[in-house]
Design a protein around this ligand. Structure first.
Ligand code: G3P
Ligand code: CA
Length: 264
């Protein structure tokens, strides 16, 4: 395959509720090379796939994710708010894969069951609030799935991402063989000549930063880094990043991005 890898951001989240199993299965059906998810810790130490610190935007719950146990979160509805979740026939029940909380374990099971190469980009949220808890739990879980020390013949490949250099450093210490992405929303003063710290090989700038700094991608590539850009949803932005020869496109619309890349 030539051209960039296409990653589904929170699943096919333009069409289905973000971070639900249904959104990820749709992305795999559409042919995405990989999936992106955010992870947070519950009160009792489970990793769940949720972006926001609070439950309010994406569920019928209220308050902080970290204030609830996994069992309490399992009782909430994480999808009925989304237009793509409306059942076609009012007599038909809503598909639970569209409304149920997704744990990272369930997502790893789905990726393992895909039966083809899949890359999973896992973003740890707010590492400093939990000490090294999120990263430690993540590496433990990945180890259980045989994914913390990647084997070349394993069709599943995990990459850990964060905006926090501290989180990346912890991952590099806990599991040096894991690939990492340092996410960039603004241009940090320390990014001299496009070089990333801690041996990180992949840079993850936001598309707004790429638009504002056209020289950023060439500089990162010249420094030997791969570049994955998020969240690229519009045709003009897809043109921009394709012209810059990025290595990865992270998008809410994987089918559109794949078509844009000339992949059926
Ligand atoms: O893929 C990186 C991107 O997800 C970072 O931003 O806020 O969507 O997690 P956010
Ligand atoms: Ca994310």
């Amino acid at each position: 395959m030539s051209g960039p890898l296409v990653f589904a951001h929170r699943g096919s989240s333009a069409d289905l509720p973000e971070h639900t199993l249904a959104a990820y299965l749709r992305a795999l059906d559409e042919g995405a090379d990989g999936l992106e998810c955010d992870v947070r810790l519950t009160r009792d130490g489970h990793l769940v796939c949720l972006h926001d610190r609070r439950l309010d935007r994406t569920s019928n719950g209220r308050g902080r994710v970290s204030a609830y146990t996994l069992a309490e979160l399992e009782a909430l509805d994480f999808g009925s708010w989304h237009p793509g979740c409306a059942p076609p026939d009012p007599d038909e029940p809503v598909d639970p894969t569209r409304t149920r909380l997704l744990t990272l374990e369930r997502l790893l099971d789905a990726v393992r069951a895909a039966g083809r190469p899949v890359r999973l980009l896992i973003e740890t949220k707010h590492p400093t609030r939990h000490g090294a808890g999120v990263e430690r739990r993540l590496v433990e879980l990945l180890r259980r799935y045989g994914l913390a020390e990647p084997r070349p013949d394993d069709p599943v490949r995990v990459v850990v991402m964060s905006f926090a250099p501290l989180a990346i450093r912890r991952i590099r210490e806990l599991a040096p063989a894991l690939e990492t992405v340092l996410l960039l929303e603004v241009l940090p003063a320390w990014l001299r000549a496009g070089r990333l710290p801690f041996g990180v090989r992949i840079a993850g700038p936001g598309v707004a930063l790429v638009r504002a700094r056209p020289q950023l991608i060439p500089a990162l590539r010249a420094a030997g880094h791969q570049v994955y850009v998020w969240t690229v949803n519009e045709p003009a932005d897809l043109d921009l990043v394709l012209a810059a020869e990025v290595d990865g496109i992270i998008t809410d619309r994987p089918a559109l991005a794949l078509a844009h890349c000339g992949r059926p």
